[in-house]
Structures are given as C-alpha cells and as structure tokens.
Design a protein around this ligand. Structure first.
Ligand SMILES: Cc1cc2nc3c(=O)[nH]c(=O)nc-3n(C[C@H](O)[C@H](O)[C@H](O)COP(=O)(O)OP(=O)(O)OC[C@H]3O[C@@H](n4cnc5c(N)ncnc54)[C@H](O)[C@@H]3O)c2cc1C
Length: 410
C-alpha cells in the first residue's frame, strides 16, 4: 500500500510511504532469492540496491554452485537455465609437485557442482522478480534503516530521480554484502566480529582463450597458488596468488601468462591456452563472521553477516542457504510465531562455520605463505599427498567442496 502524500519526521521528509511485511536492503543473490521465496509464500517485499542492474550484471564474481543451491534455484521456479547452459562438473583437479590428481566427486560422494556464473544467477533472479511482479529498486542512494529495535522498522532511500521513499515493515533484512551498513546497526557492545586477514590476495583475469582444462584446476607451486576456471568455450576465468597491494594496471598480458604458466607447469607438460586478457582485478579477501545475525526486527544474511576466502567456492552458496532458511522462519514469524526467528542463526551459523573451516583449510593448503620456509612448502606437499593418496582424504575434500545436504547442517 503506497501513500503518495509527503510525510516528515525527525529523519526528514519522504515522498511516498509503503507498507510491506519485509523490507530488504541489497538485491544481490541473497536479497533477490529471499524476495523470490517469500513471494512464493505470499509475502510481499520491497528490495533496494545502490547499484544499477547493469552494474551488478557486469561484475564477475562467483562461478561454482553446489548441487543443493542449483536445485533450490530450479525447484523453486527461479529458472531452469542452469540445466541448459550451466556445466555440471563431476570433479576438480589438484596439481602439486608438477603432477595432476583428479578428485572425482561422483565416484566419492555421488554429487557434482555446477559451473554457472553469479552474473547468470543474478539475471535469473532479477528476471524472476520482474516476471512475478516483485518490487526491486536499483540505482538507489541514501539508504537508511530506522527503528530496528521496535516491531515497526523502516527502510528509506532516494530513487534515481531524486525522490525519497519509505517502507514500513515488520522485519528488515540486511543483505547488503561484505561492506554492510546494516550490520553496524547491531550495537557495538552486543556484537562479536570474528575475523582473520590473509597476507595475500588473488589476481583475477578474464581472458579470451579456449578452455585449458575441462574442470577447475587448483594448483599449488613453490611460486604460489593458481586457479584455472572456465566461463564459456572462448572466455576463461583464472586467478593467481598475488600481493594485496599489487596494481592490476602494472601487469602486462605477457607477465600474467608467464606467472600463470609457471604455477601450473609440471612433468606432464601441461600448458595453458593463452589469449588477450579482457579484464584484470586484484581481489583481497578475509574470513569474517558477525554474531548475532538477528537484532530486534533486523536480520542479516549472506556476505553482510559472513565472508569466506574464495578458495572453497562457498560464499554465494552460503548466501543462498541463509535466505532459504530465513524465508522459512520469516513466514512462520509473520504467521504469529516470532520465536521461529530464534532458530535462524543456529541453522545458518552451523553451515557458515563448517564453510569457514573448509575455506580456511583450502586456502592454507594451497597458498604459499610470504616468507615461508622450505619446511612450510614441503609440509604442504605432505598434506596434499595425504589428501589425494587415500579414499578418505579425497572423500573429505569432495564432501566439503560439493556442500553438505541442507538436512545435514540444519
Ligand atoms: C572474485 C570472487 C570469486 C568468488 N567465487 C565464488 C565461488 O566460486 N563460489 C561462491 O559460492 N562464492 C564465491 N564468491 C563469493 C560471492 O560472490 C559472494 O559471497 C556473494 O556475492 C554474496 O551474495 P550477497 O547477496 O550476500 O552479497 P552481494 O552479492 O555483495 O550483494 C549485496 C548487494 O547489496 C548492495 N548494497 C550494499 N550496500 C547497500 C546499501 N547501503 N543500500 C542498498 N544496497 C546496498 C550491493 O550493491 C550489492 O548488490 C566470490 C567472490 C568474489 C569477489
């Protein structure tokens, strides 16, 4: 319900006031999937995002969806495009000591993951909101979230045309990503932020080149880590470990390819197929969790509440899992059982901490610590050997990488 007449309070004047049960800050994967799932349950939402649709669609991020996340998108009617255009990957390759070792997910745990870019997940979710008549405002500014300690929280923003809007809701969800403004609304003396920094970053490229391998290749070398991933038949995504202060513009195509080739080189003569570098970025990362994930009428989801290093390919998957749980408990809470929300953090965090451990473990296993000794390098090789040499080691990696069935972490 929208009232077009201007209203004002201590926070200033607004041009429209709308009432919906749930207001959502952030229309990334977490915000949009939540809006979609609530919409299916008959709960109206308004979501806002400071970026335009085009900006989000052109920001390359995650590429791997675990099987449960892919199933959620297909079975809840977001889109079945993933089944037609996604690539099912039944394993990954670990390269170390100059040799390749395949981890066969299907054989070990009977699961696969899907290579399906986050940009495509976003397009599917945004299209589904359009199709279903959901309200999402892109390109907004001046986000304000008010009164979260009451049961009448409000979300305010300015539209691209300069008009100011307010939504009055029963709950506000902060799905506003790793630099979340919403999480700061939990008073400092009531929140705990668990964090770990890493002394390295990823240099990420998009290159116009054929595929060098059919599945993802995670390479350990004395020069540092590299990840060979794919996008299409003619565009590939690759990363290598770099210094967090590296300037992407200082890296020529030649220097990038020489670095990548050195990290994957081995006695089997494996070489990457090269081509023009279309895009280059330095990606810093950290491990982070904020607790609690609920404060009054505010709930946090996705990167707003936790981030993981990208090595384990968990971040997008965790964001989608959070809101799958959150949608369920919000529907119960709106039906009169507010206590249902108490279960959200317990169910979400169990999976989050398992994913934190896995992402941390993969990161330590594969990256060269700056200033590390020959002992450190050889110990890592011993650990990698332990992983690939026994079925138990390979199964552990396969279970963690493909994600845990939701029933196991709830
Ligand atoms: C290079 C890279 C590779 C990755 N690879 C993987 C992978 O393979 N697998 C995987 O699972 N994860 C991966 N991730 C992580 C994944 O991209 C994130 O975990 C995921 O985007 C989280 O989704 P989200 O909706 O919580 O946050 P986001 O996608 O960040 O969305 C948050 C949205 O909120 C908006 N916003 C922020 N502040 C405000 C505000 N004040 N008002 C309104 N809107 C606001 C932002 O514009 C943004 O669109 C990767 C990340 C990177 C950077």
């Amino acid at each position: 319900m929208t009232s077009p007449s201007p209203t004002a309070d201590d926070h200033g004047e607004v041009d429209t006031v709308t009432e919906v049960p749930v207001a959502i800050v952030g229309a990334g994967p977490a915000g949009l999937l939540l809006a979609h799932l609530l919409g299916r349950a008959g709960v109206e939402t308004v979501a806002i995002d400071t970026r335009t649709r085009e900006e989000i669609e052109s920001t390359h991020r995650a590429g791997i969806l675990e099987a449960d996340a892919a199933r959620t998108l297909v079975e809840t009617g977001v889109s079945d495009r993933i089944l037609r255009e996604g690539d099912e990957h039944a394993g990954i390759e670990l390269r170390f000591g100059g040799r390749a070792h395949r981890i066969d997910f299907q054989d070990l745990v009977g699961e696969s993951v899907w290579l399906y870019p986050q940009t495509a997940v976003f397009v599917d979710l945004a299209d589904a909101r359009d199709r279903d008549g959901g309200t999402v405002h892109f390109g907004t500014s001046g986000t304000e979230v008010l009164d979260v300690e009451s049961d009448r929280p409000r979300m305010r923003w300015t539209g691209p045309d300069g008009t100011r809007h307010e939504v009055r809701a029963r709950y506000v969800v902060g799905a506003d990503g790793s630099r979340s403004q919403c999480r700061e609304l939990v008073p400092a003396d009531h929140r705990t932020q668990h964090a770990r920094e890493y002394p390295f970053a990823w240099f990420g490229i998009m290159a116009e080149a054929p595929k060098s391998a059919p599945e993802l290749v995670y390479a350990h070398s004395e020069h540092g880590f590299a990840l060979i991933s794919q996008r299409t038949e003619s565009v590939q995504r690759m990363y290598f470990q770099c210094d967090p202060d590296d300037d992407p513009a200082a890296w020529s195509d030649d220097r990038i390819w020489t670095t990548l080739q050195a990290r994957v080189a081995g006695e089997d003569g494996f070489r990457l197929l090269e081509g023009p570098v279309l895009e280059r970025t330095v990606l810093r990362f950290r491990s982070f969790v904020q607790e609690p994930m609920r404060w009054g009428s505010l709930l946090l989801a996705g990167d707003a509440a936790h981030t993981v290093p990208p090595t384990g390919a968990r971040g997008l998957n965790l964001a989608l899992h959070d809101v799958t749980v959150l949608a369920e408990v919000l529907v119960e809470a709106l039906g009169g059982t507010d206590a249902a929300l108490d279960d959200y953090q317990r169910r979400a965090l169990r999976r989050v901490w398992r994913a934190q451990n896995f992402s941390y473990w993969m990161t330590q296993l594969l990256h060269a610590a700056p200033g590390g000794s020959s002992f450190d390098l050889r110990r890592q090789l011993g650990e990698l050997d332990n992983v690939v040499s026994t079925r138990a080691g390979r199964t552990y990696l396969a279970e963690q990488y493909t994600g845990w069935p939701t029933r196991d972490t709830d």
